[in-house]
Ligand binder design. Sequence first.
Ligand code: ADP
Length: 568
Amino acid sequence: MTTSAELTDGFHLVVDALAANDVDTIYGIVGIPITDLARVAQASGMRYIGFRQETSAGNAAAAAGFLTGRPGVCLTTSGPGFLNGLPALANATTNCFPMIQLSGSSNRALVDLQRGDYQDLDQLNAARPFAKAAFRVDRVEDIGRGVARAIRAAVSGRPGGVYLDIPGAVLGQAIEAPAGAGSVWRVVDPAPRQLPAPEAVDRALEVLGQAHRPLIVLGKGAAYARADDQIREFVQASGIPFLPMSMAKGLLPDSHPQSVAAARSLAIARADAVLLVGARLNWLLGHGESPQWSADAKFLQIDIAASEFDSNQPIAAPLAGDIASVVSALRERLTARPVDVPQEWIDELARRRASNDAKMRDRLAENPHPMRFYNALAAIRSVLHANPDVYVVNEGANALDLARNVIDMELPRHRLDTGTWGVMGIGMGYAIAAAVETGKPVVAIEGDSAFGFSGMEVETICRYHLPVTVVILNNGGVYRGDEKPTGDRPAPTVLNAGARHELIAEAFGGKGYHVTTPEELRAALAAAVASNGPSVIDCALDPAAGVESGHLANLNPTSVATRVNAGA
Ligand code: ADP
């Protein structure tokens, strides 16, 4: 190329385009053809967090998207690296988290004729079913446009995962610097407000006004929407009891008098008008079906994706729009159309809440040896109670189900868990993103099986000296660790009995603790959180603690033939 102007290239333009759109962090793993991209990003002042497996990097990007409201970016190599990122891309899309998987790819001419290039794969088409949108940039001058499209697609409307493919040849392509600078732009208002129709607002208030037992369900879409003040004002002004989905815990404090989290099944079974706020009526809510729900319950739904309405039950009052705008409109019209919540309904819920709270207190006060889930969680709860600004990451079966109920949240967007899919393996990626994006301490409460899916990222946590404490509730198995072997072969649910997971932290320069009593766990966790550094606490539980499939035993088919033939 003969030119008098300064040159730039694809690597620099990707970084410039991301920076122009406020991306300040990239999560990824380097390799052909994107190693220089990470270097250029870092040299420009961007934060680069290098992982040990791409799924965790992608999960970190997705969690960053949820926590910041801006797309988290995950960088992957061609072929297998790209494929490792896909589960996270799919999970981000499923959970409505804005995320961009930016991947290098092999030589297009060789891939398309299937000539056997290094790590060749038709990545764009492979990514499509798992992404909200998928794009490829084929010319260096289109990099700014491609990044703008990816940003817009990730955060506008219902957020999701976006795949952006950039072949290595395009990254390496040079272009005159002024032309390059002119090809990059900042997306204006990437997630525009969407106001509800006034008649939709009045219809909703009319349905709520006629109800005898109204209920508000807050979902993680409400947490994502950052409409904390508007939601609190509407909930309090209406007096309607509310139920948080797990990642909406803390949007209003779990200690709030209108929370009916501790009377969940009664609230669901008896409510006659249910306002869903950023929550889908999917399996997590029993699809809105009876007998879990009252057969004559009317559903109202606030969602930015109008196609969500009627996906499971008739929606008597659809409210299409962004949650902040819709809830503000509801609050404004509430004075003209007040909702009267009957005292009997409030009292009925309060009685159930008090009796369930008492049962929970008794369970937490037990002190069996070896330790079981509730006793360990009681210790964790007391430390977190004293540190309400800690971010909580939670995965496992029993470790998830029980921690969700035992650990109260007081602040919004401080709980990240297995989400819409109930997926295992998000733990370390989410924990790293929470620490990196907020700078606050993070406690990951993990089942020992769940931890195994992303456990190598403890090295990442130690390398960046992140304030992450991983508590492993170790009962030595998937669900539990006491299933009898068949001959000399371990049972399918059994893992290494007595494994000392804390040594993983020590291998990489972190602090390890092994605890066998609630007192030891409380002391170790308090010290670990106070240290502001990386720690792993292996918490030895009774291998017989836990139930198969946690709270989802109803979803788990078991072999009829095995039982019948055994005469059971
Ligand atoms: P949960 O699992 O907590 O019940 P879901 O992930 O099922 O929550 O539902 C979240 C819903 O929130 C999705 O249907 C999504 O379209 C919606 N949503 C996300 N962001 C917004 C927003 N800013 N305004 C309105 N709805 C939103």
